[in-house]
Design a protein around this ligand. Sequence first.
Ligand code: GLN
Length: 479
Amino acid sequence: MNVCDMTVAALSALLRKREISAVETANAFLARIAERDGLHGAFLTTTADLALRQAARADARLASGENVTLLTGVPFAVKDNICVKGVRTTCGSRILSGYIAPYDAFAARRLLDGGAVLLGKTNMDEFGMGASTTHSAFQITRNPADPDRIPGGSSGGSAAAVAAGEAAFALGSDTGGSVRQPAAFCGAVGLKPTYGAVSRRGLVAFASSLDQIGPLTRCVGDAALVFDAIAGHDDGDATSARRRLPPLADAVGREVSGMRAGLPRELLGDGIDPQIREAVRNAARRLASLGVRVEETSLPALTQTLGAYYVISSAEASSNLARYDGVRYGRRAENCPDAASLYVRSRSEGFGDEVKRRILLGTFVLSAGFRDAYYQRAVAARARVRRDFDRAFADFDFLLAPTAPTAAPRFDETPDDPVRVYAGGVCTVPANLAGLPAMSVPFGKTPDGRPAAVQLIGPAFGEEVLIAAGHALEQEAKA
Ligand code: GLN
């Protein structure tokens, strides 16, 4: 097997046995990117020189046997809203097209300290706003499973890189589904950790109360490995959890018999493509055959999550994106006679339509006279969503649901109407609103041959349950 198509675990074993060097591995991936990325468009920036320098250092570690981790010498990619010092970080936006990050994001630093090798930065919907990776100022990304289809988004570049063997794993960010949905569309595993489990320091903020960094990988075991490397407390993020997390890798292969799983009725209704409903029902049957007690359940507040999510995320975005005014960060409009026109023109020229739409929406819902009607109501709905989950997790170890209402559409099938696009987040946004861990796991193919996936949602800091159940499902999908 080509090293580019191996799991992180398998590649790491070869590196540690020194059957292949980190430099050879990095070169294999760089060659794969050169061969395939013209078609896929997963990368916005490749860091070949940096990768080869890091790989040489990884080889020295592997040779001495000192400071060797499971990720030493393993090549990875990072979504372009996660900072790596000295590397261009655009967030898929014209306004940051020349921005060079002055420090490393905590999660990226953890990986680099462990000896992982950075291949580059991946394409995304501008500032994470979107679900198709067609809202990037620079390029589109194609789904490696079928280049006529979207890869999903907003972490579409990371998902495509992993699915195409252009990186052994990748980091994405998930505010309302942006790790899980592209993973589902491309046939990869995508884990959104519990809010606070992974530091957000160095993740360019979209909606700070919802954003989380998470891994995209080729299998559930790899998601556990990467999570273990990036999770943990960071004083540089005021919302970083202090709790000590047990290694997730230990949950791989754990017995699932006796677990209780709930199927929320609200996420299996009319809006869900029958092919996806069938995949979820099939996954439920397989889990039941392994001794999991699966039952339908109801979380009525899930019908209110989309409205609450788009109000809260846009409100937070309108405030977070206020810093891009041409003064300190990013692109500055030329020949402006005064400060006001500098702000207006820098922002008008720098942001794309979807970002402008969110800023307008967010500013509106926070404005005097409308705040109570929109923002406060959304906050109240969010509290109801949390309560419904609390109640559900008194009865169930995890919930099983679709990741997205459909499998990957073709480019020419993606709707223009933003409200229809927003509706695609119905299955993923609940976990963000409640801060819960959730993972998308590939589960076979739809009858028409597209990657199918299911989503597991767990209680706060219950990632281990997701890994155990997700791994069991992955084995069933192979069987
Ligand atoms: N598609 C959702 C949105 O556009 C989620 C994006 C995300 O998770 N970054 O807001």
